[in-house]
Design a protein around this ligand. Structure first.
Ligand SMILES: [Mn+2]
Length: 352
């Protein structure tokens, strides 16, 4: 692990020299103890149902981040606050390597009309272990007075972080979810901790702390998920992609829609950003791409408006970024820029 101080890192980043190849996110390679914001990588995609690859997201994002110029036109110089990207924990990759084939066997069994309880149990146990690890890694840094964000992995990855925030944020907080999917599935394909169940698990298990859920960009869902949204009443609001498009087609401005989206959120907010909430042109390799979605600039505008509204971002996660099969780094390039923008947004909020 790096032991470079913040002053050394800032000097290097502002020297004009390109970062060394192994110099970590942004080339910053900062000692985590010196960081105001700690990024936790979760190379985990065991429950991805359509196509795997998001486990390689964190490393791909680090690689692509070296192309970024570090002046952020919305948030100035976020790196000066100290951003440390933790090294991957080998234990998660090892669990993923065991659980992924088990999940594939379980899904194959469902497809031929049988089931495979032993494989499902193995995936659920491995998932629970990942959730526990993420929770304890997050608590360690939150308890030290630092901010924590997470880089997935599939969209099951951030549960442990949101759970840790639920423990330390006494007054509760809201969840702003940007996603093509509700993620309200109950144990999708038998997996308790499925990527398609994150919002359901949060609202069912952490509902006292997570007082509001606001979803944006949703455009692919089941009847059960629509019913679950309705059952949340005031606790859950959804701005479906079609409704956002129609409102704009009929003359509403994106500024007005943004105000309506933010209206439903309390003062403190965790942002859970599934890259598939964006148009697939920005994330062609993600696990479950769906046509439609937010543009990169619309998402950026929404995040900036969240900060401008005076709300506090208590944490965030960015999930489902997957590098292309041909080694094309486009997905990771977008992911790295979005991650830096989210870091800037969190760091622009007053200290905790
Ligand atoms: Mn999702």
């Amino acid at each position: 692990m790096s032991n470079r101080t913040l002053a050394e890192v800032v000097r290097q980043l502002e020297s004009g020299n390109p970062p060394a190849e192994n110099a970590g996110f942004l080339g910053a390679d900062l000692n985590p103890a010196e960081a105001r914001l700690v990024l936790v990588p979760v190379p985990w995609d065991a429950t991805t149902s359509y196509r795997p690859g998001t486990a390689r997201g964190p490393n791909a994002i680090i690689g692509a981040s070296h192309q970024l110029d570090l002046e952020d036109d919305a948030f100035g110089r976020p790196y000066r606050h100290g951003i440390a990207f933790l090294p991957e924990t080998p234990g998660i990759s090892e669990l993923n390597a065991l659980a992924r084939p088990a999940a594939e066997r379980a899904i194959a069994a469902i497809e031929v009309g049988t089931d495979s309880p032993r494989d499902v149990a193995q995936v659920n146990e491995a998932s629970a272990e990942v959730m526990r690890w993420v929770r304890s890694a997050a608590r360690k840094h939150l308890d030290a007075g630092q901010c924590v964000a997470l880089v997935g992995g599939d969209h099951s990855s951030p549960f442990g972080l949101i759970e840790a925030l639920a423990e330390v944020e006494r007054g509760g907080f809201g969840l702003l979810q940007i996603d093509a999917h509700h993620d309200f599935r109950r144990a999708y394909e038998g997996f308790t901790w499925s990527h398609a169940s994150i919002a359901f698990n949060v609202m069912e298990r952490l509902g006292d702390a997570v007082t509001r859920l606001v979803q944006v960009g949703i455009r692919d869902y089941s009847r059960e998920e629509a019913e679950y949204l309705a059952s949340l009443g005031e606790r859950g609001r959804c701005f479906r992609d079609r409704d956002l498009f129609r409102a704009r087609a009929e003359g509403a401005s994106f500024a007005d829609l943004t105000l309506r989206i933010l209206e439903g959120l309390p003062e403190r907010v965790h942002v859970t950003f599934d890259i598939d909430g964006l148009e697939p042109q920005y994330c062609p390799s993600t696990g479950t791409p769906v046509p439609g979605g937010l543009s990169y600039n619309e998402a950026g505008y929404l995040i900036e408006a969240l900060v401008r509204s005076g709300r506090k971002i208590v944490g965030f996660d960015l999930c489902e970024v997957a590098p292309g099969p041909d080694g094309m780094e486009w997905d990771a390039n977008v992911g790295a820029r979005l991650l830096y923008r989210l870091c800037g947004a969190l760091l622009a909020c007053p200290a905790r």
